[in-house]
Design a protein around this ligand. Structure first.
Ligand code: SAM
Length: 243
């Protein structure tokens, strides 16, 4: 499994964006995750791919305990520096190896990390084993409409109609995708919406809610860069409960 976030160039580029006050994480992704999580008081939570710990620390304000796991040493160092707390623990562990944890949780959360895992079914099974009965899983990932493209990586401008569109070719072709993001050839995995949903259902969960990101006009009026997020759902969110 690759660990891009410990690459110096990737890490500094990512931190530049992540530390901006008005980014997609702070303005769109995190508020929706917190809304889906609702009241987490008294819960033991695992945050998978916790990164610099923003979500972990917010949940820890009311949760009993939060364990943030991540593959990146650099991200975890930043988490410990910026988002530590008496009921938060950060651990260097890949999501491929969460099955080695000898702990139980009421809630597993994950923000924008699952598109990096090759074996999604094993991940869901491992999470299920870590959850107590009726425990919940809430995650976001890059939307399949964003991971679909293989060659075309950006909006296409049509000079004739003066409109622009987002390419979703290769949607039905699942598997590896490479993206140039701070460094070349960052590997991620594309799965169709039905594969994602059916994998969760087939492995002992019921789906409680599905959400997709959308930038509203108020946000766009504050910063026009969010216009891209008006008609394109960058992120997919799923809330599920272990049966
Ligand atoms: C886009 S960042 C999101 C970080 C954090 N959840 C947030 O929303 O701010 C993706 C995170 O997933 C972590 N990650 C990627 N592959 C991983 C793996 N195989 N196991 C654990 N963490 C992984 C990265 O190190 C990074 O911190």
């Amino acid at each position: 499994m690759a660990n891009y976030y410990d690459n110096e160039d990737f890490f500094s580029g990512y931190m530049e964006i992540r530390s901006q006050e008005m980014n997609y994480n702070n303005c769109i992704e995190e508020p929706l995750m917190l809304k889906l999580a609702g009241d987490v008081s008294g819960r033991d939570i695992i945050d998978i791919g916790c990164g610099t710990g923003e979500l972990s620390s917010k949940l820890a304000q009311t949760a009993d305990s939060v364990l943030g796991i991540d593959i990146s040493h650099k991200m975890l160092n930043a988490a410990k520096e910026k988002n530590s707390g008496s009921n938060i623990e950060y651990k260097e562990l890949s999501m491929e190896n969460i099955g080695t944890l000898n702990r139980e949780f009421d809630l597993a959360v994950s923000s924008l990390a699952f598109h990096y895992v090759e074996n999604f079914e094993k991940l869901i099974l491992d999470i299920s084993k870590l959850l107590r009965k009726r425990g919940s899983l809430i995650f976001s990932q890059e939307h399949p409409m964003v991971t679909a493209n293989k060659e075309l990586k950006d909006w296409i401008n049509d000079p004739e109609t003066k409109s622009r569109c987002w390419p979703v070719s290769n949607y039905n072709e699942e598997g590896v995708r490479y993206e140039d993001w701070f460094i070349n050839n960052v590997k991620k995995y594309h799965r169709t919406l039905s594969t994602i949903i059916n994998t969760i259902i087939k492995n002992g969960f019921e789906i409680l809610e599905i959400a997709e990101s959308r930038a509203d006009d108020e946000l766009i009026s504050k910063n026009p860069k969010f216009l891209n997020g008006k008609n394109l759902a960058h992120f997919l969110f799923i809330k599920a409960r272990k049966l």
